[in-house]
Ligand binder design. Structure first.
Ligand code: PEP
Length: 250
């Protein structure tokens, strides 16, 4: 397997006001030196903080990204933001297809794929989220769901440099529950095979993150699993100390 630079990414969801910028500053200050060359760090604050967050991190290896984008370049889409707007704020990543978007906003695989295409057109790296629900896992459909979501949500133009896959079992998000190491290993090996089959060498080095109740106490064992190339962290990314503790397991 090729050397990939792991990515530790924080998703702040609908949390954070200007007062939270001190956490971004603390994270930025903590992402330095040798480790920052080896492992990439990213925080995705709410869109309201995007521009000021990137301004805070101009001299820092900490990347800043957004949590969603619209699939269109511009136009009559009240309340939405485009990939170009994210790039204009110096954001470099955008999360697409998070399970909360798929549920709250009925986002389909086809829409998520269009959003990833829009991200690529604006030179952003898309973090494409996939993962099975509790019911799907109970009925042993996990790998089928992952296969379908990878096929449907990842655009043909995906490359290792502009696309990250985040495997987030829906039942593990915000629940404190995580799959067993064996289950994570099976899912990630399966996704790797699917990506290599479709994208060849690019699929071999495309990063696959694990997300779902990652915290300082379980990060080491999860990040050590084969084909786990980093983490997507919700709750534990809101506090700089917790985020940095996870980052430093590498
Ligand atoms: C997420 O929302 O991407 C996530 C993984 O949340 P949490 O870490 O809080 O489970």
């Amino acid at each position: 397997t090729p050397e990939v630079r792991p990515l530790v990414a924080g998703n702040w969801k609908m949390n954070g006001t200007r007062a939270s910028l001190d956490q971004i500053k603390a994270i930025s200050d903590g992402v330095t030196g040798e480790l920052s060359r080896k492992v990439e760090a990213l925080i995705c604050p709410p869109a309201t903080l995007l521009y000021v967050a990137t301004a805070l991190c101009t001299d820092s290896p900490l990347a800043i990204g957004a949590q969603d984008c619209h699939q269109a370049v511009s136009g009559a889409h009240t309340g939405d933001i485009s990939a170009e707007m994210i790039a204009d704020c110096f954001g470099t990543y955008v999360i697409v297809g998070h399970s909360e978007r798929r549920t709250d906003h009925a986002e389909s695989d086809a829409l998520v794929r269009a959003k990833a295409d829009a991200a690529h057109a604006a030179d952003l790296t898309a973090i494409i989220c996939i993962g099975e629900t509790a019911d799907e896992r109970k009925s042993a459909q996990t790998l089928d769901v992952l296969k379908r979501q990878l096929a449907g949500s990842v655009p043909d133009g995906a490359e290792a440099s502009n696309t990250v896959i985040a495997y987030e079992p829906v039942w593990a998000i915000g629940s404190g529950l995580t799959p067993t190491v064996a289950d994570v290993e099976e899912a990630h090996a399966f996704m790797r095979r699917e990506l290599v089959e479709r994208f060849g060498e690019q699929g071999r080095s495309m990063r696959i993150l694990y997300g779902g109740s990652v915290k300082p106490s379980n990060a080491k064992e999860l990040m050590a699993v084969a084909n786990v190339d980093g983490a997507l962290i919700g709750g534990a990314s809101l506090k700089a100390a917790d985020f940095l503790a996870i980052y430093r397991v590498y």
